[in-house]
Design a protein around this ligand. Structure first.
Ligand code: AHG
Ligand code: MN
Ligand code: MN
Length: 342
Protein backbone atom coordinates (compact mmCIF):
# COMPACT_ATOMS: atom_id res chain seq x y z
CA UNK A 1 0.00 0.00 0.00
CA UNK A 2 1.31 3.40 -0.92
CA UNK A 3 1.19 5.90 1.89
CA UNK A 4 2.35 9.50 1.96
CA UNK A 5 4.70 10.45 4.77
CA UNK A 6 4.73 13.89 6.36
CA UNK A 7 8.17 14.60 4.89
CA UNK A 8 7.01 13.70 1.38
CA UNK A 9 3.89 15.82 1.80
CA UNK A 10 5.78 18.90 2.94
CA UNK A 11 8.28 18.51 0.10
CA UNK A 12 5.47 18.15 -2.47
CA UNK A 13 3.80 21.29 -1.18
CA UNK A 14 7.05 23.24 -1.33
CA UNK A 15 7.80 21.92 -4.85
CA UNK A 16 4.51 23.50 -5.93
CA UNK A 17 5.61 26.88 -4.58
CA UNK A 18 7.53 28.96 -7.14
CA UNK A 19 10.86 30.24 -5.81
CA UNK A 20 10.88 27.86 -2.82
CA UNK A 21 14.38 27.17 -1.48
CA UNK A 22 13.78 24.18 0.75
CA UNK A 23 14.15 26.27 3.90
CA UNK A 24 10.50 25.76 4.84
CA UNK A 25 10.79 22.00 4.34
CA UNK A 26 13.85 21.98 6.59
CA UNK A 27 12.03 23.90 9.29
CA UNK A 28 9.01 21.59 9.15
CA UNK A 29 11.35 18.61 9.35
CA UNK A 30 12.86 19.86 12.59
CA UNK A 31 9.38 20.45 14.04
CA UNK A 32 8.50 16.89 13.13
CA UNK A 33 11.64 15.47 14.76
CA UNK A 34 11.07 17.48 17.94
CA UNK A 35 7.47 16.26 18.09
CA UNK A 36 8.62 12.64 17.81
CA UNK A 37 11.04 13.13 20.69
CA UNK A 38 8.31 14.64 22.85
CA UNK A 39 5.84 11.94 21.86
CA UNK A 40 8.32 9.30 22.98
CA UNK A 41 8.92 11.15 26.24
CA UNK A 42 5.18 11.52 26.91
CA UNK A 43 4.57 7.86 26.20
CA UNK A 44 7.39 6.65 28.38
CA UNK A 45 6.86 9.19 31.16
CA UNK A 46 6.69 7.38 34.43
CA UNK A 47 8.77 4.42 33.27
CA UNK A 48 12.07 5.09 34.96
CA UNK A 49 11.84 8.73 33.89
CA UNK A 50 11.30 11.54 36.32
CA UNK A 51 9.40 13.72 33.87
CA UNK A 52 6.16 14.21 35.77
CA UNK A 53 5.85 16.99 38.28
CA UNK A 54 7.08 20.53 38.67
CA UNK A 55 10.43 22.21 38.04
CA UNK A 56 9.84 24.66 40.90
CA UNK A 57 9.90 27.61 38.45
CA UNK A 58 7.14 30.08 37.56
CA UNK A 59 6.84 31.18 33.90
CA UNK A 60 6.06 34.62 32.44
CA UNK A 61 2.35 33.78 32.68
CA UNK A 62 2.72 33.26 36.45
CA UNK A 63 2.11 29.53 36.10
CA UNK A 64 4.08 26.66 37.55
CA UNK A 65 6.41 25.15 34.97
CA UNK A 66 6.03 21.40 34.70
CA UNK A 67 9.05 19.38 33.70
CA UNK A 68 7.48 18.34 30.43
CA UNK A 69 6.76 22.00 29.55
CA UNK A 70 10.42 22.77 29.98
CA UNK A 71 11.58 19.64 28.20
CA UNK A 72 9.37 20.45 25.20
CA UNK A 73 10.48 24.08 25.12
CA UNK A 74 14.14 23.06 25.17
CA UNK A 75 13.73 20.31 22.58
CA UNK A 76 11.95 22.52 20.03
CA UNK A 77 14.28 25.45 20.70
CA UNK A 78 17.45 23.39 20.25
CA UNK A 79 16.41 21.65 17.05
CA UNK A 80 14.80 24.66 15.39
CA UNK A 81 17.34 27.18 16.68
CA UNK A 82 20.17 25.27 15.01
CA UNK A 83 18.35 24.56 11.77
CA UNK A 84 19.44 27.70 9.89
CA UNK A 85 15.80 28.40 9.00
CA UNK A 86 14.68 30.85 11.72
CA UNK A 87 15.85 34.24 12.98
CA UNK A 88 13.69 34.25 16.12
CA UNK A 89 11.79 31.87 18.37
CA UNK A 90 9.06 32.99 20.72
CA UNK A 91 7.43 30.68 23.22
CA UNK A 92 4.82 30.71 25.93
CA UNK A 93 7.62 29.54 28.21
CA UNK A 94 10.10 32.30 27.30
CA UNK A 95 9.77 35.81 28.73
CA UNK A 96 11.60 37.33 25.77
CA UNK A 97 12.00 36.28 22.14
CA UNK A 98 15.08 34.23 21.41
CA UNK A 99 16.99 35.93 18.59
CA UNK A 100 19.10 33.55 16.49
CA UNK A 101 22.36 35.26 15.57
CA UNK A 102 24.30 32.23 14.43
CA UNK A 103 23.19 31.23 10.92
CA UNK A 104 19.74 32.84 10.98
CA UNK A 105 17.04 31.99 8.45
CA UNK A 106 14.05 33.92 7.18
CA UNK A 107 11.32 32.47 9.38
CA UNK A 108 9.97 33.32 12.83
CA UNK A 109 8.84 30.34 14.88
CA UNK A 110 6.24 30.68 17.67
CA UNK A 111 5.08 27.90 19.98
CA UNK A 112 3.12 26.70 22.92
CA UNK A 113 5.57 23.83 23.47
CA UNK A 114 3.27 21.93 25.80
CA UNK A 115 -0.40 22.75 25.83
CA UNK A 116 -2.66 21.25 28.46
CA UNK A 117 -0.14 21.22 31.31
CA UNK A 118 -2.78 20.45 33.89
CA UNK A 119 -3.37 17.13 32.11
CA UNK A 120 0.25 15.92 32.06
CA UNK A 121 0.08 13.94 35.27
CA UNK A 122 -3.25 12.28 34.58
CA UNK A 123 -2.74 10.57 31.23
CA UNK A 124 -5.03 12.95 29.32
CA UNK A 125 -4.18 14.34 25.88
CA UNK A 126 -1.68 17.17 25.67
CA UNK A 127 0.00 18.76 22.66
CA UNK A 128 2.16 21.37 20.98
CA UNK A 129 0.88 24.34 18.93
CA UNK A 130 3.11 26.22 16.49
CA UNK A 131 2.98 29.10 14.08
CA UNK A 132 5.38 30.29 11.37
CA UNK A 133 5.78 33.81 9.98
CA UNK A 134 8.30 35.30 7.57
CA UNK A 135 10.67 38.04 8.64
CA UNK A 136 9.24 41.30 7.29
CA UNK A 137 11.61 44.08 8.31
CA UNK A 138 14.62 44.90 6.13
CA UNK A 139 18.12 44.22 7.46
CA UNK A 140 19.25 41.55 9.87
CA UNK A 141 17.75 42.97 13.06
CA UNK A 142 14.56 41.29 14.30
CA UNK A 143 12.01 43.97 15.19
CA UNK A 144 8.42 44.22 16.42
CA UNK A 145 7.37 44.35 12.77
CA UNK A 146 8.54 40.72 12.61
CA UNK A 147 7.41 39.50 16.02
CA UNK A 148 4.01 41.22 16.20
CA UNK A 149 2.50 40.47 12.81
CA UNK A 150 -1.19 40.38 12.01
CA UNK A 151 -2.60 36.86 12.33
CA UNK A 152 -3.36 36.57 8.63
CA UNK A 153 0.36 36.91 7.84
CA UNK A 154 1.08 33.36 9.02
CA UNK A 155 2.88 31.21 6.47
CA UNK A 156 1.96 27.98 8.23
CA UNK A 157 0.55 26.71 11.49
CA UNK A 158 0.01 23.35 13.08
CA UNK A 159 -0.33 21.29 16.20
CA UNK A 160 0.58 17.89 17.49
CA UNK A 161 -1.64 15.94 19.88
CA UNK A 162 0.12 13.38 22.06
CA UNK A 163 -2.83 11.15 22.80
CA UNK A 164 -3.97 7.61 22.29
CA UNK A 165 -2.04 8.10 19.07
CA UNK A 166 0.21 11.00 18.11
CA UNK A 167 -1.22 13.13 15.34
CA UNK A 168 0.40 16.03 13.49
CA UNK A 169 -1.96 18.50 11.79
CA UNK A 170 -0.70 21.41 9.70
CA UNK A 171 -1.53 23.85 6.97
CA UNK A 172 0.82 25.90 4.87
CA UNK A 173 -2.15 27.67 3.32
CA UNK A 174 -3.30 24.88 0.98
CA UNK A 175 -5.69 22.72 2.95
CA UNK A 176 -5.36 21.22 6.40
CA UNK A 177 -3.79 17.78 6.62
CA UNK A 178 -3.38 15.30 9.47
CA UNK A 179 -0.70 12.63 9.90
CA UNK A 180 -0.65 9.81 12.41
CA UNK A 181 2.60 8.54 13.90
CA UNK A 182 3.32 4.88 13.34
CA UNK A 183 5.24 4.20 16.56
CA UNK A 184 6.94 1.09 15.20
CA UNK A 185 8.33 2.89 12.15
CA UNK A 186 8.71 6.27 13.85
CA UNK A 187 7.12 7.88 10.80
CA UNK A 188 4.07 10.11 10.34
CA UNK A 189 1.66 8.93 7.61
CA UNK A 190 -1.12 10.92 5.99
CA UNK A 191 -4.31 9.81 7.73
CA UNK A 192 -6.57 12.88 7.45
CA UNK A 193 -6.12 14.57 4.03
CA UNK A 194 -7.93 17.86 3.33
CA UNK A 195 -9.76 18.22 6.62
CA UNK A 196 -12.98 20.22 6.35
CA UNK A 197 -14.78 21.17 9.56
CA UNK A 198 -18.55 20.49 9.49
CA UNK A 199 -20.43 23.78 9.02
CA UNK A 200 -22.39 23.04 12.17
CA UNK A 201 -21.74 20.78 15.12
CA UNK A 202 -23.68 19.49 18.10
CA UNK A 203 -21.13 20.11 20.84
CA UNK A 204 -20.00 23.07 22.92
CA UNK A 205 -16.77 23.19 24.84
CA UNK A 206 -16.09 25.64 27.66
CA UNK A 207 -14.92 25.64 31.27
CA UNK A 208 -18.37 26.04 32.74
CA UNK A 209 -16.91 26.18 36.24
CA UNK A 210 -16.21 29.84 35.41
CA UNK A 211 -19.95 30.54 35.04
CA UNK A 212 -20.18 32.89 38.03
CA UNK A 213 -17.33 35.00 36.64
CA UNK A 214 -18.89 35.41 33.17
CA UNK A 215 -20.76 38.45 31.94
CA UNK A 216 -24.48 38.21 31.12
CA UNK A 217 -24.10 37.72 27.33
CA UNK A 218 -21.81 34.71 27.91
CA UNK A 219 -24.20 33.18 30.45
CA UNK A 220 -27.07 33.72 28.02
CA UNK A 221 -25.17 32.02 25.20
CA UNK A 222 -24.40 28.88 27.23
CA UNK A 223 -27.93 28.77 28.66
CA UNK A 224 -29.21 28.89 25.06
CA UNK A 225 -27.01 25.95 24.03
CA UNK A 226 -28.51 23.89 26.85
CA UNK A 227 -32.14 24.60 26.03
CA UNK A 228 -34.24 21.89 24.38
CA UNK A 229 -35.25 22.72 20.81
CA UNK A 230 -35.37 19.98 18.18
CA UNK A 231 -35.44 22.37 15.24
CA UNK A 232 -31.97 23.77 16.11
CA UNK A 233 -30.49 20.53 17.42
CA UNK A 234 -30.37 21.72 21.03
CA UNK A 235 -29.34 20.94 23.66
CA UNK A 236 -25.74 20.72 22.48
CA UNK A 237 -23.52 18.14 24.16
CA UNK A 238 -20.79 19.41 26.47
CA UNK A 239 -17.21 18.23 25.96
CA UNK A 240 -14.30 19.87 27.76
CA UNK A 241 -10.88 18.23 28.09
CA UNK A 242 -8.98 21.25 29.38
CA UNK A 243 -6.21 20.91 26.79
CA UNK A 244 -7.00 23.44 24.08
CA UNK A 245 -5.14 21.41 21.49
CA UNK A 246 -7.27 18.32 22.17
CA UNK A 247 -10.54 20.23 22.47
CA UNK A 248 -9.68 21.95 19.19
CA UNK A 249 -8.76 18.69 17.44
CA UNK A 250 -12.14 17.18 18.32
CA UNK A 251 -13.92 20.37 17.21
CA UNK A 252 -12.03 20.40 13.90
CA UNK A 253 -12.99 16.82 13.08
CA UNK A 254 -16.53 16.72 14.46
CA UNK A 255 -17.62 20.36 14.39
CA UNK A 256 -19.00 22.45 17.24
CA UNK A 257 -18.00 25.47 19.27
CA UNK A 258 -15.01 25.91 21.58
CA UNK A 259 -15.05 28.99 23.81
CA UNK A 260 -12.68 30.57 26.27
CA UNK A 261 -14.44 33.86 27.00
CA UNK A 262 -13.13 36.68 29.16
CA UNK A 263 -14.20 36.46 32.78
CA UNK A 264 -13.64 38.30 36.03
CA UNK A 265 -10.38 36.40 36.70
CA UNK A 266 -9.09 36.92 33.15
CA UNK A 267 -10.68 40.18 31.93
CA UNK A 268 -8.69 40.04 28.69
CA UNK A 269 -9.28 36.32 28.18
CA UNK A 270 -6.95 33.47 29.13
CA UNK A 271 -5.58 32.09 25.88
CA UNK A 272 -2.61 33.65 24.11
CA UNK A 273 -2.82 35.24 20.70
CA UNK A 274 0.56 34.17 19.28
CA UNK A 275 0.83 30.68 20.72
CA UNK A 276 -2.77 29.44 20.81
CA UNK A 277 -5.49 31.57 19.19
CA UNK A 278 -3.77 32.76 16.00
CA UNK A 279 -2.36 29.39 14.85
CA UNK A 280 -5.62 27.56 15.53
CA UNK A 281 -7.58 30.37 13.83
CA UNK A 282 -5.36 30.01 10.76
CA UNK A 283 -5.98 26.26 10.70
CA UNK A 284 -9.73 26.45 11.30
CA UNK A 285 -10.23 29.02 8.55
CA UNK A 286 -8.29 26.89 6.07
CA UNK A 287 -10.66 24.05 7.02
CA UNK A 288 -13.76 26.22 6.45
CA UNK A 289 -14.45 27.27 10.04
CA UNK A 290 -14.36 30.54 11.98
CA UNK A 291 -12.42 32.03 14.88
CA UNK A 292 -13.27 35.28 16.65
CA UNK A 293 -12.94 37.05 19.98
CA UNK A 294 -16.74 37.17 20.06
CA UNK A 295 -16.80 40.29 17.91
CA UNK A 296 -13.56 40.41 15.93
CA UNK A 297 -11.93 37.95 13.54
CA UNK A 298 -8.78 36.60 15.21
CA UNK A 299 -6.73 36.76 11.99
CA UNK A 300 -7.48 40.51 11.65
CA UNK A 301 -5.74 41.22 14.94
CA UNK A 302 -2.21 42.59 15.25
CA UNK A 303 -0.92 41.85 18.76
CA UNK A 304 0.73 44.52 20.91
CA UNK A 305 2.93 42.06 22.80
CA UNK A 306 4.11 38.48 22.32
CA UNK A 307 2.24 37.29 25.41
CA UNK A 308 -1.08 39.03 24.62
CA UNK A 309 -4.23 37.21 25.71
CA UNK A 310 -7.72 37.40 24.24
CA UNK A 311 -11.13 35.68 24.30
CA UNK A 312 -11.55 32.85 21.79
CA UNK A 313 -14.64 31.45 20.04
CA UNK A 314 -13.57 28.89 17.47
CA UNK A 315 -15.11 26.07 15.46
CA UNK A 316 -17.88 25.45 12.95
CA UNK A 317 -18.87 28.48 10.87
CA UNK A 318 -22.55 28.45 11.84
CA UNK A 319 -21.83 27.86 15.51
CA UNK A 320 -19.32 30.71 15.78
CA UNK A 321 -21.66 33.03 13.87
CA UNK A 322 -24.52 32.07 16.17
CA UNK A 323 -22.32 32.84 19.20
CA UNK A 324 -21.35 36.24 17.80
CA UNK A 325 -24.96 37.10 17.00
CA UNK A 326 -26.23 36.18 20.44
CA UNK A 327 -23.40 37.98 22.24
CA UNK A 328 -23.98 41.12 20.12
CA UNK A 329 -27.74 41.07 20.76
CA UNK A 330 -27.14 41.05 24.51
CA UNK A 331 -24.52 43.78 24.28
CA UNK A 332 -27.08 46.00 22.53
CA UNK A 333 -29.40 45.51 25.48
CA UNK A 334 -26.76 47.22 27.59
CA UNK A 335 -25.72 44.39 29.89
CA UNK A 336 -22.20 44.03 28.52
CA UNK A 337 -19.65 43.98 31.35
CA UNK A 338 -22.25 44.69 33.97
CA UNK A 339 -20.03 43.00 36.46
CA UNK A 340 -17.08 45.26 35.63
CA UNK A 341 -18.94 48.33 36.76
CA UNK A 342 -20.94 46.47 39.40
P1 AHG B 1 -1.09 25.68 28.85
O1 AHG B 1 -1.12 24.30 29.39
O2 AHG B 1 -0.27 25.81 27.60
O3 AHG B 1 -0.76 26.71 29.89
O4 AHG B 1 -2.56 26.03 28.31
C1 AHG B 1 -3.66 25.74 29.11
C2 AHG B 1 -4.85 26.33 28.44
C3 AHG B 1 -5.49 25.46 27.38
O5 AHG B 1 -4.84 24.32 27.03
C4 AHG B 1 -6.83 25.10 27.94
O6 AHG B 1 -7.81 25.24 26.96
C5 AHG B 1 -7.05 26.04 29.06
O7 AHG B 1 -5.80 26.54 29.45
C6 AHG B 1 -7.69 25.40 30.22
O8 AHG B 1 -7.93 26.37 31.17
P2 AHG B 1 -8.90 26.13 32.40
O9 AHG B 1 -8.21 25.17 33.30
O10 AHG B 1 -9.03 27.51 32.98
O11 AHG B 1 -10.20 25.63 31.84
MN1 MN C 1 -1.56 26.35 26.05
MN1 MN D 1 1.86 25.58 27.40
Amino acid sequence: MEQTTLVQHIRQQENNTPGATGEFTNLMNEIMVASKIISLEVNSAGIGEDIFGLTGKINIQGEEVKKLDEFSDITFTKLIGQSGTVCAITSEEKDEPLIIEDNPGKYIFMMDPLDGSSNIDVNVNIGTIFSIYKKKSPGSEVTDEDLLQKGDQQVAAGYIVYGSSTIFVYTSGEGVHGFTLDPALGEFFLSHPDIIIPSQGSTYSVNEGNWAAWDEPQKDLVAYLKEEDDSTGRPYKLRYIGSLVADFHRTLLKGGLFMYPRDRKSPKGKLRFSFEAAPLAFIVEKAGGNATTGNERILDITPTGIHDRLPLFIGSKNDVEMAETRLAAKVKKGSWFQWLSG
